[in-house]
Design a protein around this ligand. Structure first.
Ligand code: HEM
Length: 274
């Protein structure tokens, strides 16, 4: 898997970086890309999972709904009194699990900024940006978890306007709340199940609203799919086995510390086996 990841990373580098010469790729170069994937991949997923633990404890309704979704989706495992397998967790549709993971990624401030350097003189929302300027964007700020800054429509680029047609917008009043339901939409009645359970009639909608957690474009996160896989598996198994309860306020604050990632200072919960 690591070898495949290194090859994928190098292949992409030859596409997106003008400084990277494919002919210069040697085993040593492969070794140089490895730490980037390990550091980029290890701390980020681990930190997001720390936030997940807090979201579970602080949102008992969402936690209970997620547990019902898991029991429904992996009904055979539940009936047989065993853990769901990796194949069951990754291959079975579980829209509320997808929604829970996506909402955790949206709200967790794991990597709160991304930076782009202008390689030519350009304009962003009507403001001139000279070549060489670093432009800092918040992944966990306005438009994502709190109300956006008003922008005159004519200042937006054509591609930005087109994106607004594809992706929904979050409601200013509720966007700060942890609400996995925001990522669900009703299925077409022709495709909805027979209504045997509460999740039959809904599906996950990745275009519900804006999210920049994994960056965007050719330099967007290389490990996004792996991150979803890890968070999905660990969250499903945690919720399958334990109930998470909030600790007293002094042990549950949302204060964060910035090391490689932005992680919670207090990540304590009470656990009960279920
Ligand atoms: C929840 C987990 C993760 C988060 C929040 C995250 C977030 C990000 C962000 C914001 C960027 C910068 C994107 C941009 O500038 O547009 C990035 C880049 C990157 N990520 Fe992740 N990441 C996660 C997991 C992973 C994993 C599991 C891997 C390992 C395979 C990984 C490997 C990388 C690499 C190699 C880059 C640099 C891409 C480039 O410069 O071309 N990430 N990530």
């Amino acid at each position: 898997m690591i070898r495949a990841s290194r090859h994928g990373s190098l292949r992409r580098e030859t596409r997106v970086s003008p400084f990277f010469q494919p002919r210069a790729v040697r085993p040593r170069r492969h070794a140089l890309t490895l730490p980037r994937s390990l550091v980029g991949g290890h701390d980020t997923s681990g930190t997001t999972l720390s936030w997940v633990v807090k979201f579970l404890a602080d949102n008992p309704h969402a936690q209970a709904t997620l547990r019902r979704q898991l029991r429904t989706a992996y009904a055979a495992a539940h009936a047989e009194g065993r853990q769901p397998s990796v194949v069951e967790i990754t291959k079975t549709s579980a829209p509320y699990l997808d929604a829970f993971v996506e909402e955790s990624a949206r709200v967790a401030p794991t990597l709160p900024i991304i930076i782009r350097e202008a390689v030519v003189d350009t304009t962003v929302l009507g403001k001139p940006i000279p070549k060489g300027t670093s432009v800092v964007m918040y992944t966990n700020g306005p438009s994502y978890v709190f109300p956006g800054v008003p922008v005159a429509e004519e200042l937006r680029s054509e591609s930005s306007r087109a994106a607004r047609q594809r992706v929904g917008v979050w409601d200013d009043e509720t966007m700060a709340r942890f609400t996995p339901e925001r990522w669900l939409k009703n299925k077409d009645p022709a495709e909805a199940g027979g209504g045997a359970n509460e999740f039959d009639s809904v599906e996950f909608d990745a275009q519900s609203g804006p999210m920049l957690t994994f960056g965007a474009g050719p330099r967007g996160c290389f490990g996004r799919r792996l991150a979803y896989l890890e968070i999905r598996l660990v969250t499903a198994l945690l919720v399958w086995n334990f109930e998470f309860e909030k600790c007293p306020e002094a042990l549950s604050s949302y204060n964060a510390k910035d090391i490689l990632t932005t992680m919670p200072r207090k990540c304590f919960v009470k656990l009960r086996r279920v």
